[in-house]
Design a binder for this molecule. Structure first.
Ligand code: PMT
Length: 407
């Protein structure tokens, strides 16, 4: 995060629920206060069993709301007053209980009532046991909230308080949450009304109903772009190859499997689109014949004939007059040279060159070692970014380029 004054004078209502990560919310409240925000904490009764309200009061210098019927605190910071004042409502940690109550509109305590009355953006940071997080009812409730425009910062994989190792459900690093909120304030609605089409993930090219040619793309890069663009007010269509990732809030998702299907989905949506971002790893080739029945092991051919898939970027550039076209280049050597060649050959406005030769970045990772290259050359030096940070950088470039186009 840049050391700026973005939090100065902002009111952040911080809802704290009853989970072990409640103690980490103290650090969050303290850092946001030190950044210059007025942090008004609302605790559920269960949260007060993990951390005392006095702790939050000490780090924020503000009274803490714990009880809907506490006349004294209600007069100063009652739930309706907080809902009106807050620039953002941040629920961290958000338990399964508050997520379910919010999805069903239940308002039976200070926090759930504040959420129901909220007029500002609501960001939820779920943290819980992995089985609870993955439970179908829980995932359904999360999807309901996303479709209503709530922001959800997905939990991380790591060691959980219940003893599970490398399981999903962990409360993210405080810095990630602060960066996210910073991004919401910094770019509030700066892409409102812009239609952006993002492709993500790899394509699967069938050999038979069971086997396919594919690649290691997880979709994380494209989903991070879609999430950031939607958070900044853009109308986002996400054309996604097969992935287990959840659809980001306020994003229209079209699922595809093959490069040919991705090509058709992109072309069908091109007319209404101002910006295309091709972060998908599209298979360049497909088996010439895909069998409709599973090939028996004994009958497996020694060689599989291949044919070329459509080059989607090339087709977009030939069709599209105006707007912006952004490509990606996954390179394992001479990154800048090869990516610049793709930028020119495919008539792009921007290419994101990423180095896939180094372990721990690129395909499947939360990080990308990348540099943006436009028609004036590379913008800075290659560096390792979290994919959400890189998404922010790409969209900042797009925002500036759109502003130039409108002049
Ligand atoms: O999904 P993740 O696990 O998060 O990984 C992210 C990523 C590494 C996949 C992503 O950062 C990335 O580099 N995506 C592009 C990968 C790729 O296919 O690179 P390429 O150099 O082969 O293709 C260049 C560009 O042409 C890409 O924008 C690609 O989408 C596009 N392309 C490629 C082939 C094709 N037939 N049609 C295309 O439009």
């Amino acid at each position: 995060m840049e050391n700026d004054r973005i939090f100065k004078g902002k009111i952040i209502a911080l809802g704290v629920c009853g989970g072990i990560a409640a103690y980490k919310a103290v650090d969050l409240a303290s850092k946001l206060t030190r950044e210059g925000a007025g942090v008004k904490v609302i605790m559920t009764q269960n949260a007060t069993r993990f951390v005392g309200p006095i702790t939050f009061q000490s780090v924020t210098g503000q009274p803490v709301l714990t009880n809907l019927f506490d006349m004294e605190s209600s007069a100063n910071i009652g739930h309706v007053r907080i809902s009106e004042e807050a620039d953002i409502l941040l629920i961290a940690p958000a338990t399964a209980n508050i997520i379910a109550k919010t999805a069903y509109g239940i308002a039976d305590d200070a926090l759930s009532t504040t959420i129901l009355a909220a007029r500002s953006t609501v960001v939820m940071v779920p943290a819980m046991n992995n089985h609870m997080w993955l439970n179908a009812a829980m995932q359904h409730n999360v999807e309901v909230l996303k479709s209503r425009g709530f922001h959800i910062i997905d939990p991380e994989i790591g060691r959980l308080a219940c003893g599970e190792e490398a399981a999903v459900g962990r409360f993210p690093e405080t810095s990630r949450i602060i960066d996210y909120v910073h991004g919401l304030f910094a770019h509030a609605n700066d892409l409102k009304g812009t239609s952006i089409l993002v492709t993500a993930g790899g394509t699967h090219e069938p050999i038979d109903p069971v086997r396919y040619i594919g690649n290691r793309s997880s979709g994380k890069m494209g989903y991070a772009i879609a999430e950031e663009a939607a958070a900044r007010g853009a109308d986002v269509t996400l054309i996604s190859g097969p992935t287990a990732l959840a659809t980001p809030s306020c994003v229209a998702r079209i699922n595809v499997e093959t490069a040919q299907q991705m090509y058709e989905a992109v072309m069908d949506n091109l007319e209404e689109t101002e910006v295309v971002i091709m972060s998908a790893a599209v298979a360049d080739v497909r088996p010439s014949i895909a069998k409709s029945e599973k090939i028996k092991k004994e009958r497996m051919p020694k060689n599989i004939g291949l044919e070329l898939n459509p080059d989607i970027l090339h087709a977009i550039a030939s069709e599209k007059a105006g707007g912006l076209i952004v490509g990606f280049a996954a390179e394992s050597e001479n990154m800048i040279e090869h990516a610049t060649d793709k930028l020119q050959r495919k008539s792009l406005d921007l290419i994101v060159a990423n180095d896939i030769s180094i372990p721990g970045v690129g395909f499947g990772s939360d990080f990308n070692l990348a540099v943006l290259i436009d028609n004036n050359g590379p913008i800075g030096e290659p560096a390792t970014y979290r994919k959400d940070e890189l998404a922010e950088k790409i969209l900042n470039w797009i925002k500036d380029a759109l502003t130039q186009l409108q002049r």
